[in-house]
Design a protein around this ligand. Structure first.
Ligand code: FMN
Length: 183
């Protein structure tokens, strides 16, 4: 299985999740390529069987560089005729999207649009979404929003327990893909 992890991270929370994903995939004997979205250039996601795409939430959407990347990719895949009516699922093409967020005002509702947006991109390409993960992350530089927001004290997150959950998710993901592919 060829896997790629693509992400954007300004203050390191999403990157922490990426490192855990990469390590957990390696434990499953899945080698992954890790690319920052700003360095992704014209990466062709169809070269991979498993795409993991991650971003923080900025004003309840992906940040501008992530949006620009997706727009550029959509344009290219549209021009190539890859995006078809009904978005048929391509066999053996899987995706996971993940979002780190601080949820200071309305909690996870600030992250869900990000997960849905990233997921729509993958689904339009024909990848089947096998996971939509939301991970709490400290709002670096805003101690008020990291202590008095809807999620309470989130300093130091994602913490060990958040990352342990990501690790479990990866093991379950790989197990489920392998069991489908053996059918
Ligand atoms: C400019 C800016 C806007 C943000 N907007 C939101 C938001 O609307 N909702 C939210 O839950 N978190 C918001 N956050 C917090 C980040 O999503 C969160 O801390 C995330 O984990 C940061 O990821 P990173 O460390 O990988 O950059 C914002 C952070 C910044 C810097």
């Amino acid at each position: 299985m060829k896997a790629i992890i693509m992400y954007w991270s300004a203050t390191g929370n999403t990157e922490k999740v990426v490192n855990t994903i990469q390590r957990s995939l390696a434990e499953e004997k899945v080698t992954s390529r890790v690319i920052k979205i700003l360095e992704a250039g014209d990466v062709d996601l169809y070269e991979y069987d498993l795409v993991l795409l991650g971003s923080p939430s900025y004003q309840f959407l992906p940040p501008e560089p992530v949006l620009n990347f997706i727009k550029k990719q959509m344009k290219r895949h549209n021009e190539r005729g890859d995006i078809k009516p009904c978005a048929p699922k391509l066999p053996g093409k899987w995706a996971v999207v993940f979002c780190t967020y601080s949820g200071p005002h309305t909690g996870i509702n600030e992250a869900i649009p990000v997960g849905k947006y990233l997921g729509q991109f993958c689904e339009h390409l024909g990848f089947e979404i096998r996971g939509e993960w939301y991970i709490v992350g400290e709002f670096h530089g805003r101690s008020d929003l990291s202590t008095t927001g809807r999620l309470g004290n989130i300093i130091g997150r994602p913490n060990e327990s958040d990352l342990a959950q990501v690790e479990t998710n990866i093991h379950e993901l790989i197990k489920s893909i392998r069991s489908i592919e053996q059918i």
